[in-house]
Design a protein around this ligand. Structure first.
Ligand code: PNS
Length: 170
C-alpha cells in the first residue's frame, strides 16, 4: 500500500494556533507528517531551536502520525532524506501567495518528485503570524487564544516583564 509522507517546514518562532490548525488538517490527509524546524534561519529568533522543538512536541502529542524534526540546508534535500513525497504549507491570505509560489516553484525545480500542497488555516487564524504574536506580546497585548497556553508561559519566561508592564494606568 502507498503511504504519503509530508514535511511541514517553518520557523515556528513561536508555534501559533494557526500552525496547529494546519498540523491537524495535514494529519488527516497524510499518513505521516513531519513538522520540520529550520535550524539556521537568517532571522534572529526569540526562541532557541531546542525550545521550539519542545513547544511543538508538547502540542502534537495527541496526534499519532505527527513527529517533530529539525533541518538545515535545502528543504528539498531534507524531504528526500526523509523519503517524503510532499511539502505542506499554509496560505492565510493572498499576500502569502507570491512568496509561497516562488518557494514552491523553486522547490519543484530542485526536486520534481516533491509536491507542495497548500492548505488554508481556519479563518479565525488568518491574520495570526509568529511575528505579530511576538510584537503584540512584547508591547503588553494579550495573545490568549492565538497560541497554545504553554507558549504563553514560555513567552512570559522569555520576554522581560518590564516591557509588558509599562502600560499607562488609567
Ligand atoms: O515559517 P517560515 O519562516 O515562513 O518558513 C520558511 C521555510 C523554513 C519554509 C523556508 O525558509 C525554507 O524552506 N528554508 C530552507 C532553505 C531552502 O530550502 N531554501 C530554498 C527554498 S525555495
Amino acid at each position: 500500500m502507498n503511504t504519503v509522507k509530508a514535511i511541514y517546514p517553518g520557523s515556528f518562532d513561536p508555534l501559533t494556533n494557526g500552525h496547529l490548525d494546519l498540523i491537524a488538517r495535514g494529519a488527516k490527509i497524510f499518513d505521516h507528517l513531519v513538522v520540520a524546524i529550520l535550524k539556521n534561519s537568517e532571522k534572529s529568533p526569540l526562541f532557541p531551536v531546542a525550545e521550539r522543538v519542545e513547544m511543538l512536541q508538547e502540542a502534537i502529542s495527541a496526534f499519532g502520525n505527527v513527529t517533530v524534526a529539525t533541518f538545515d540546508g535545502l528543504l528539498v534535500d531534507f524531504a528526500r532524506q526523509q523519503n517524503a513525497q510532499a511539502v505542506l504549507r499554509g496560505i492565510r491570505a493572498i499576500s502569502d501567495y507570491e512568496y509561497e509560489m516562488q518557494m514552491a516553484l523553486m522547490n519543484r525545480r530542485l526536486a520534481p518528485g516533491v509536491e507542495t500542497v497548500f492548505l488554508l488555516p481556519a479563518e479565525k487564524y488568518s491574520y495570526v503570524s509568529s511575528r505579530l504574536i511576538k510584537s503584540v506580546f512584547q508591547l503588553g497585548g494579550s495573545v490568549a487564544g492565538l497560541v497554545p497556553p504553554q507558549v504563553i508561559a514560555r513567552l512570559e519566561a522569555r520576554v522581560p516583564a518590564t516591557g509588558r508592564d509599562e502600560k499607562p494606568k488609567v
